[in-house]
Design a protein around this ligand. Structure first.
Ligand code: ZN
Length: 339
C-alpha cells in the first residue's frame, strides 16, 4: 500500500467524543482450530473461510471477549486460550462514529481515503439511541480514567466539556488548570484564573453529574469535585444550583429526577446548536407534565424504574469502520507458512 503508508486512521477531523476506538485481537491458531476441529473443514478450505471472516460488531466492541477473540494491553500479548504468540495474533481495529451533523463530512472524507479493494475495510451502520450512546461514552471514559489518581476529576470535566462543546480548544484551556470551581458570576461559557477554571452553575452541575456517573460503581456514592456524594446529596446540590429548574425537572422523587437528568444529558448531544437545544427543552417540559401525574402514583415504591416509554431518546446512527488489514496480512502469512 504505497499510497497509504499510514496504518492508523487519521481521526483528528472529528469533534472530540464522537469517535470511539476499539481493538480486538484474534488468535489465528484458535480460529483455525475452531474451523478444522469444530466445523470439520479441511485446512485449505478453513484458511479461505477464515480470510472472509469478520467478527460481529458486538464481538469487536464488547469488553468481555470470547475465544478466539481477546483484549490485551501487553506489548507482547499471548493468546489466553492457547498461549500462541505474535505470529498467530491479528488485530481488528474498529472505530465507531456517532452520526451527527458535525461528523458527516469528516466521515465521508475518511471513507473516501480508505482502500476499497479486497475487503480491507468493512463498513457497518447500526441504529442506536442517544441514551445508549451516552452510556457507552461514559463507559469508555471510565475505562480511560485512573480513578485512583485524583486528577481524574479534572480530566473527566475536560472530557465532558469536549463532548459538550467541541468548538472550543479545551486542550489549550486546560493546560495549566489544576482546579475547577463553580462561579455564579457567569451564566455561559467559562473563565480562567491561573490554575483555576470557573464554570457557570449549570455546566459545573453537569460536570459533577458526569463524575458521579463515572465513579458511582467504583465506591459508595460517587466521587465529585464536591467530595463523595450520594444521589440524594447530588440532587440537592443541583437543585440549589438552579440546574433542575433550568432543565425543567419538576419531579421530586430522586429516582425520577435522576432519570430526567440522564435523559437531558444524553439527549442534548449537539450542545452547541442553540436551536435544537431550545426545541429539546420544550419536549422535556411537555413530557415532564405528563409524568408528574404518574409520579404521585409511583411515589410509594421508591425503587420502581420509570416506564420505558416515558424515557425520551433520540435515534442515533452509529457508523462502524472495521480495519481488517492486519488480519488479512496475518492470515496470508500463516497460510504461507502452513502450506
Ligand atoms: Zn489461541
Amino acid at each position: 500500500m504505497a499510497t497509504n503508508p499510514k496504518r492508523e486512521l487519521d481521526l483528528s477531523d472529528f469533534p472530540s467524543g464522537t469517535v470511539t476506538e476499539y481493538t480486538t485481537l484474534v488468535c489465528l491458531a484458535c480460529i483455525f482450530d475452531i474451523f478444522t476441529k469444530q466445523l470439520g473443514l479441511a485446512p485449505r478450505t478453513a484458511f479461505s473461510e477464515i480470510k472472509r471472516h469478520t467478527p460481529t460488531i458486538e464481538e469487536l466492541t464488547s469488553r468481555a471477549t470470547m475465544r478466539p477473540y481477546f483484549d490485551s494491553d501487553e506489548k507482547h500479548p499471548h493468546c489466553p486460550h492457547c498461549g500462541s504468540g505474535k505470529r498467530w495474533l491479528a488485530r481488528f481495529d474498529t472505530c465507531c462514529i456517532e452520526g451527527r451533523k458535525t461528523t458527516d463530512a469528516p466521515r465521508r472524507a475518511l471513507i473516501k481515503k480508505l482502500p476499497q479493494a479486497g475487503d480491507q475495510f468493512l463498513f457497518v451502520d447500526k441504529k442506536s439511541d442517544s441514551r445508549a450512546v451516552f452510556f457507552e461514552w461514559l463507559d469508555t471514559l471510565r475505562v480511560n480514567l485512573d480513578l485512583n489518581d485524583e486528577t481524574w476529576l479534572v480530566a473527566a470535566t475536560r472530557n465532558y466539556l469536549e463532548r459538550r462543546d467541541p468548538k472550543t480548544n479545551w486542550e489549550e484551556v486546560f493546560t495549566a488548570v489544576r482546579a475547577v470551581r463553580r462561579s455564579s458570576r457567569i451564566a455561559e461559557g467559562w473563565e480562567r484564573d491561573g490554575a483555576r477554571l470557573f464554570l457557570p452553575p449549570k455546566i459545573y452541575g453537569e460536570a459533577l453529574l458526569i463524575q458521579y456517573l463515572v465513579s458511582r460503581s467504583h465506591a459508595h456514592g460517587g466521587l465529585t469535585l464536591e467530595g463523595r456524594l450520594t444521589l440524594l446529596e447530588l440532587i440537592r446540590r443541583l437543585r440549589y444550583f438552579g440546574y433542575l429548574d433550568q432543565i425543567g425537572v419538576v419531579e421530586r422523587e430522586p429516582g425520577e429526577v435522576f432519570e430526567k437528568i440522564i435523559e437531558h444529558l444524553a439527549a442534548t448531544q449537539d450542545w452547541s446548536a442553540t436551536a435544537s437545544r431550545s426545541n429539546r427543552t420544550e419536549v422535556a417540559k411537555k413530557t415532564s407534565k405528563k409524568s408528574s401525574k404518574k409520579s404521585s402514583k409511583t411515589r410509594k415504591s421508591k425503587k420502581t424504574p420509570p416506564e420505558p416509554e416515558a424515557v425520551i431518546t433520540e435515534a442515533v446512527k452509529l457508523h462502524y469502520i472495521v480495519d481488517r488489514r492486519d488480519f488479512l496480512e496475518k492470515v496470508k502469512s500463516v497460510y504461507a507458512s502452513y502450506a
